[in-house]
Each structure stands twice: as structure tokens, then as C-alpha cells.
Design a protein around this ligand. Structure first.
Ligand SMILES: [Fe+2]
Length: 386
């Protein structure tokens, strides 16, 4: 996040002696991204952050592919994914390519003993149901319905939930997730035409500093495997940090929609960008106000990208029979558009209450076995006249 942030205590000059009350040195760590060219954070630890005690289990969590080369449109009934106790085990990869995993998750356990670190991917966790606290090495962030949590790769975290009823839509991205460059000026400040501004970005506010020694399990994700590593010091032992690389939250309810006289294209809904896909927010908004406007989208052929829509809430004007928690996959190579009757139905409507998250990937997505368990296999025929 191109916003400077600091929590806790830090010395006035980086890479200089910074001492504890007893005279010992704190342990400095520079956590950088994209080599030394990306965003970085400089933190100060009670103990050395390098004290690996034991490397335990290592096991694959790679998705099992059902359809590698897919041109069929699918509807996935996301709420049919069964809840599972553990927050990592509950993650089911439904669509995937070499750039990202698209995941549904319904964790029940209110907290976990272990810590987690994804070294492969930045994570975007959209909170559809439930609330709680994201606890990280760089401080905590409260979350609730409608929040996007962006957790850059390598940040150690755990999630505490208020209840057992949680539903998440997650994208694990091998490419860094940023706010769109075209929303920012050359200093990084969000411009007036951006649908959100810095006030909407919620940064960590509560630093947990533990100086405990013992055995602390961090489940580390690397190359689609989980490796259980035991550290000799508590991972949350930072007394202070500053920099640009930290987790943050942004609520979809704070996205200000851009509307027009005629139908606006998907880029007006863009919320995040990567080199490999975009994430867009469709939020309640007034419809197009040209006297002859057609609020429903036109048929379109997204020849260069697979289009994934995750339906959150409200009425989805262009789709028949879509429920919250559903995913539609419209693959590159074939056109899609409003369902029969939807175009006509939309004329004269003045507003929509729809709430949805869209992920458009530039490389085709593979459909996994987990997806096939919740797939509506007849969806691709849903544009036929009945
Ligand atoms: Fe579309």
C-alpha cells in the first residue's frame, strides 16, 4: 500500500543501535518485496526472527484439476461448500491458473493455535459472512461483512472470528495486489477520480508484542505445499515498525460507484490490479440516465480474459436464478450476456442494489474437482429460449 505507516516505537535513524530498557539490542528486520525495489517495512523484534527449531510435516494443498482446458460457462453454488473447523483446511480452490487460486472458505473455529504465512501469494480475503480480527505481525485489523482484507505475501497472521458462521471469497495471487495505478498520481496519492481515497484504507492499529520463548508453529505455504515450521520465539514480537508493506482492509461499502448516461464498462468498477488479473466491485448505484438507456449490459465477448463473478447480495439484474454465494465463470473465447428477458426487464429501472465482486484473469482458469462438486452443469445452456 503506497501509504507510509508506523506503529509502536522505532529509533530516529534506520539501521542504528536501538536498545531495550536492559541495554540489549532489538533485532531489526527489513522485509522487502520485488527484491529491494518494491514496498518494504522495517521492524524491530524482541527476539531474532530467524530461530527455526524444527521443520515438521510437509504436505500438498495443490488443487486437483477436473477440467484443464475449459470453454464451458459454469455456475458454482458457493454456499454448498461445507463449513470446516480449521480456517486453512476450510479453503477450497475452485478455479486456478499459474497466476492465482480462487478459493471459497467457510471456517468455524473461532481461533487457531498456529500462525500462517503464505510465501507464494498475496491474499485477498473478501468477508461475505462473519466478523472478527485479523491478527498479524504488523498489528491487528477488525473486519466485518463487506471487507476486503489484503495480506501481502510473507506476512505472518492468524484470524479470530466472532462466530462459527463465516463465508469468505479468497484470491491467492502470485502477482502483487495493488490499487490501480491510474487512480494515483506520480507520488502515489489517490486522485479525485478514484472511487475511494486514503481515508477508506484501514491500516493495522493494534500491535501485539510478545516476548515469549517456546514452541510456535507457523504453517508456511510454499509452492502449493504447507510446511509446518516450529520457531523458538513468538512470531508477534515486534515493538515497532515503519514502511509501506503491511496488511490493510477496504470495505466494498466504501467504494463510490461511477455512473453515466449510458452503460459504463467494467473498468469503472475496478478496485485492485495485478499483472495477471483485476478485481472489481459492483455496488448499489443509480442506473444510466439517458432517456433511451438500457441498464442491463450488452452481450460481450471477453476474448482475452476469463470472467469470474462472485455474487454477494441484492438483486442481480442481468442474471436469472442467481443467489448470494454463487460464482459464475464466463470463459474467454465465447460471448455471454444478459439472460433471456433481463434486457427488457432492466428498461425503466432507476437503481440496482446488487453487490458483487468480479475477478477477470488474463490467463484461462482451470476448473477443479472442488468446483465440480458444487457446479450447475446446465448453466451454459441458460441463455436458450425456454
Ligand atoms: Fe461479463
Amino acid at each position: 500500500m503506497p501509504l507510509y505507516h508506523t506503529l509502536g516505537k522505532i529509533p530516529p535513524k534506520r539501521h542504528t543501535q536501538f536498545r531495550k530498557p536492559n541495554g540489549d539490542l532489538y533485532y531489526e528486520q527489513l522485509f522487502g518485496t520485488v527484491g529491494f525495489d518494491g514496498m518494504s517495512t522495517n521492524s524491530y523484534h524482541e527476539q531474532r526472527p530467524t530461530q527455526v527449531k524444527e521443520i515438521k510435516k510437509q504436505y500438498s494443498v495443490a488443487p486437483k484439476i477436473a477440467k484443464e482446458n475449459n470453454i464451458q460457462s459454469y455456475k458454482l453454488k458457493g454456499f454448498q461448500v461445507s463449513p470446516e473447523k480449521d480456517f486453512l483446511e476450510s479453503r477450497k480452490i475452485v478455479l486456478t491458473n499459474s497466476d492465482c487460486h480462487i478459493v471459497l472458505s467457510a471456517p468455524q473455529n473461532k481461533t487457531t493455535e498456529y500462525f500462517y504465512k503464505n510465501t507464494d501469494s498475496d491474499e485477498m480475503i473478501f468477508i461475505h459472512k462473519g466478523s472478527g480480527k485479523l491478527r498479524t505481525i504488523y498489528g491487528n485489523i477488525d473486519f466485518k461483512y463487506g471487507d476486503y482484507l489484503i495480506i501481502p505475501r510473507g506476512i505472518i497472521y492468524k484470524m479470530d472470528f466472532d462466530t462459527e458462521d463465516n463465508r469468505h471469497f479468497i484470491v491467492e495471487s502470485r502477482r502483487p495486489i495493488y490499487t490501480p495505478k491510474r487512480y494515483r498520481n506520480w507520488f502515489g496519492q489517490l486522485l479525485e477520480h478514484s472511487p475511494f481515497c486514503e481515508r477508506d484504507i484501514r491500516r493495522p492499529y493494534e500491535l501485539e508484542t510478545n516476548n515469549e520463548s517456546g514452541e510456535f508453529v507457523i504453517k508456511v505455504k510454499k509452492k502449493d505445499e504447507i510446511i509446518e515450521m516450529v520457531y523458538a520465539s513468538h512470531p508477534f514480537d515486534v515493538v515497532g515498525y515503519d514502511g509501506y508493506n503491511y496488511p490493510y482492509a477496504f470495505s466494498i461499502h466504501d467504494f463510490e460507484p461511477i455512473t453515466g448516461r449510458i452503460h459504463q464498462p467494467p473498468p469503472v468498477h475496478q478496485t485492485f490490479e495485478t499483472d495477471a488479473f483485476v478485481i472489481c466491485s459492483f455496488v448499489p448505484r443509480l442506473y444510466d440516465y439517458h432517456p433511451d438507456s438500457i441498464p442491463a449490459p450488452y452481450n460481450h465477448s471477453n476474448i482475452d480474459s476469463d470472467e469470474v463473478l462472485y455474487y454477494v447480495d441484492g438483486d442481480f439484474m442481468s442474471r436469472n436464478d442467481v443467489e448470494p454465494g454463487n460464482i459464475s465463470l464466463h470463459p474467454a473465447g465465447i460471448p455471454h450476456g444478459p439472460h433471456p428477458g433481463a434486457t427488457e426487464r432492466s428498461i425503466g429501472k432507476t437503481e440496482t442494489k446488487e453487490l458483487a465482486v468480479m475477478v477477470d484473469t488474463f490467463k484461462p482458469l482451470m476448473v477443479t474437482e472442488e468446483a465440480m462438486k458444487i457446479a450447475d452443469e446446465t448453466y451454459f445452456q441458460s441463455w436458450l429460449d425456454k
